[in-house]
Design a protein around this ligand. Sequence first.
Ligand SMILES: [Zn+2]
Length: 256
Amino acid sequence: MKNKLLLSMAAATVVTLSGCTTIADMAGADTATLNASASQSYNAMVNDARNKGQLDTSSATYKRINNVFNRLKPIANQMNQTGTAFQWQLAVLKSDQVNAFVAPGGKVVFYTGIVTKLNLTDAEIAAIMGHEMVHALEEHSKQKIGAQALTDLALGIGLNAAGVGQGGAAAAQLGSQIGIGLPYSRNLESRADQGGLMLMARAGYNPNAAITLWEKMSKQSSSGVAFLSTHPSSSQRIAAMRQNLPAAMQIYNQNR
Ligand SMILES: [Zn+2]
């Protein structure tokens, strides 16, 4: 009881001071813990896909995605301000699904369907890759977990004193949900859009492709398109990117 009281007092203080990330830290979801947990989930997923014959390591589509990944990776490393080096990895899954996501610490997952169904160019692949990499670089999952932890605290569930005492068990549990299914806030999506634009431009991909990518997305029917359920395409989204296009073009022209 005493612990619980202390926890809620501490929580109230932390919330006032600095918000979500600190709450995530309190729950044990520091960068290293989160990245390790994501790495474990990612490896399990890759093994499962390999066993089911769903891991693509050789098709022309895989090679194109992997080339983009390798060109963006060194730039992403330069942009890493988390204080923890990322072990970037890419998994390409043979699937008709239109989807891609990233897990903390730089674990990128692409479904072949997003490339083949949308008939993406390499630069459009780079737009998605850059967007996902920025989610990881800015640790958006951590903020999502922070927000979730805040909600749990407010409701008085989930993060009880025992959970925190177990050294981040709650965080590990939340970690298993990372990157899959749950959408980021519109603000984080916007940050990933703008950061992704700069990342692809620095890697020498024409940032105009981010616009054509989202125009292609907007022509997809949203039903059954997993990526669109977490990444709604809208004229607002495209307009915001257009605004940042001149700055991105300048970077591109220096790096092409
Ligand atoms: Zn996103």
